[in-house]
Design a protein around this ligand. Structure first.
Ligand SMILES: C[S@@+](CC[C@H](N)C(=O)[O-])C[C@H]1O[C@@H](n2cnc3c(N)ncnc32)[C@H](O)[C@@H]1O
Length: 267
């Protein structure tokens, strides 16, 4: 987990950057503010280490000359094309029934944005303080967009580790229709073949992999499956097409796509 990180910004966004600094500090991330003259592609190329930056579009994660934020606006065209019939995730999560759903591995929130658009009521859980803050920023921006605002009204963000969150739901006897899991998978292991088959792991995923620990430290999410099964009628796990089953548990049903598949466990 990142405990100290630099945040680059121009003078015009210094105040905004300071407010992100305070929020991140409350979430356990020490941010060193660095005021720079021009936050442009050249600057990012010359400063390839992982860092944050703030500009007119809010908070970004940057590394290797690239910058990334969940950017829910960029998803609008895809959302407008999507339908319950055309989306495999919609069949896997039974979105036609407008389920009460927990997405326990939020990441950039793109899967949840699509599921909320197709009718699900979503509790979106992310444990990484920087990713959570990026998500929160995306949600706040989306609330001002006429199309996205109706969708994000069905998304509730929770900053927590899902092991604790799911266990608490069970303890309090809260039940859900679906728990959706899309844990990280290592770039170099049994899933390598699956990744290689994609033309390029998306830029956003590359940056996610830089931010989240790998090499033995990576939590593959195996324990989440059992916790999820205790509180939901259906657990859906997104996996690379050729990856092993989560927790080595054989699913009851599978939906196979070109790059990924959905494994479903029914109660
Ligand atoms: C592959 S990404 C999910 C991508 C997401 N489906 C999307 O559409 O953007 C996995 C995310 O799950 C988060 N995660 C993994 N284990 C978690 C846990 N136990 N609790 C909360 N978040 C977790 C990671 O921090 C990471 O952001």
């Amino acid at each position: 987990m990142v405990s100290e990180i630099r945040l680059f910004t121009e003078i015009a966004y210094l105040e905004k950057a300071q407010s992100y600094q305070s929020v991140l500090s409350l979430r356990g991330v020490e941010v060193k503010l660095v005021q720079i003259e021009k936050l442009n592609a050249r600057f990012l190329r010359l400063n390839p280490e992982i860092a944050l930056c703030v500009d007119e579009n809010g908070l970004w994660l940057c590394a290797n000359g690239m910058k990334m934020q969940p950017d829910w606006n960029a998803e609008i065209a895809r959302l407008k094309r999507a339908s319950i019939k055309s989306e495999m995730i919609a069949r896997a999560c039974n979105l036609a029934e407008k389920p009460k759903l927990i997405d326990a591995t939020a990441g950039l929130g793109h899967d949840s944005l699509l599921m909320a658009h197709l009718g699900a009521e979503i509790t979106l859980v992310e444990r990484h303080p920087i990713l959570f803050t990026l998500l929160e920023d995306s949600k706040t921006q989306a609330e001002t967009d006429p199309f996205l605002s109706q969708i994000v009204a069905r998304i509730h963000l929770v900053f927590s580790d899902s092991h604790a969150f799911l266990a608490l739901q069970n303890q309090e006897q809260h039940h859900f229709d679906v728990v959706y899991l899309d844990p990280m998978f290592p770039q170099r292991d049994q899933n390598q073949q699956a990744i290689k088959k994609q033309a390029q792991v998306k830029k956003q995923m590359q940056l996610l992999h830089l931010l989240l620990p790998e090499d033995g430290e990576m939590d593959l999410g195996d324990h989440l499956l059992v916790l999820a099964q205790a509180i939901a009628k259906r657990v859906v796990v997104k996996r690379p097409r050729l990856a092993v089953f989560l927790n080595n548990q054989q699913p009851d049903h599978q939906w196979q796509g070109d790059a990924c598949r959905f494994d479903a466990y029914f109660n």
